[in-house]
Ligand binder design. Sequence first.
Ligand SMILES: *[C@@H]1O[C@H](CO)[C@@H](O)[C@H](O)[C@H]1NC(C)=O
Ligand SMILES: *[C@@H]1O[C@H](CO)[C@@H](O)[C@H](O)[C@H]1NC(C)=O
Ligand SMILES: *[C@@H]1O[C@H](CO)[C@@H](O)[C@H](O)[C@H]1NC(C)=O
Length: 302
Amino acid sequence: MQNFSSVFRSIILAAVVCGLTFTPRVHAAAYTLPEDNNSLLGAVKQVQLVYEDTFAIIARRTGVGFSGLQRANPGIDEWLPGAGVSLALPTSMLLPATPRQGVVINLAELRMYFFPESGQQVFVYPIGIGSEGRETPVMQTSVVGKIENPTWYPPQSVRDRHAAEGDILPRVVPPGPDNPLGPFAIQLARSGYFIHGTNAPIGVGQRVSSGCIRMYNNHVASLVATLPNRTSVRVIDQPYKAGWQGDDLYLEAHPPLEGALNHSQAVAAVISATKARDADVDWGRVVEVARTGSGLPVRITR
Ligand SMILES: *[C@@H]1O[C@H](CO)[C@@H](O)[C@H](O)[C@H]1NC(C)=O
Ligand SMILES: *[C@@H]1O[C@H](CO)[C@@H](O)[C@H](O)[C@H]1NC(C)=O
Ligand SMILES: *[C@@H]1O[C@H](CO)[C@@H](O)[C@H](O)[C@H]1NC(C)=O
């Protein structure tokens, strides 16, 4: 027991030290908030790979999600993309069809949007969400607490699942490199759900959790620093987003969590975006965008 608790103490100490040397790269996720009727953020960037790069390394380095990178670069090997290959970064997106307030989590997109009250900016973060059978629910909730260096108490269901795979989890995991919550946990009013960091960054941008929302550690650190208590948190599921930029209408399609890509739902999103304003839509392109599901916004007006 003596040994264990001194090991735990040194892990906590290590976490504190890491916390002090930690420098969040805040700006990677910041976009200028477009005017009222416009929805397009950012621009797609390209990165040139060197021989040891994988999608996991590029996703982490550029602050995008793993599946976002896959969707934007179909047909390229994730583990051996090859030197000299150019990857499209999913650094452009349409705002989801919601009020531009608080935190908006779009499950199909594996992204979170944070609209600070005062700002002219929106922060966009890739997230990991619940896996099949342990889905993160669509919900309207709010922030009720922020925990620095959280201790993890794995629920019995999680311990049982790990045990079935021969992995015996302790009842308590103190802060440190083995803690899957990372440096911060944001507690939501909906009991049992948290937004937190991670000790496995490859899970950011994937459906891997038990229902909680995971972020890169530098992203959760910068979010916690500016997120007011009681901020509203809307969890939505919008695989198809249509939105304007000036005189052009755009469409962005993500593979839905359930079922296949479906152009009739994409058409519904386009119709909703053209309710108040006529558009000369290229419907052939709508079907193509819906079929491809690249996760990148594509212009669909002629
Ligand atoms: C945050 O808000 C919740 C819900 O209103 C409240 O219970 C809690 O005490 C607040 N925490 C802080 C640090 O103000
Ligand atoms: C596509 O979506 C529509 C409307 O939600 C639904 O009626 C239809 O069955 C779906 N088609 C497929 C192939 O999933
Ligand atoms: C936004 O769209 C609405 C509905 O079409 C329109 O009434 C309003 O004038 C537009 N605002 C701007 C700034 O273009």
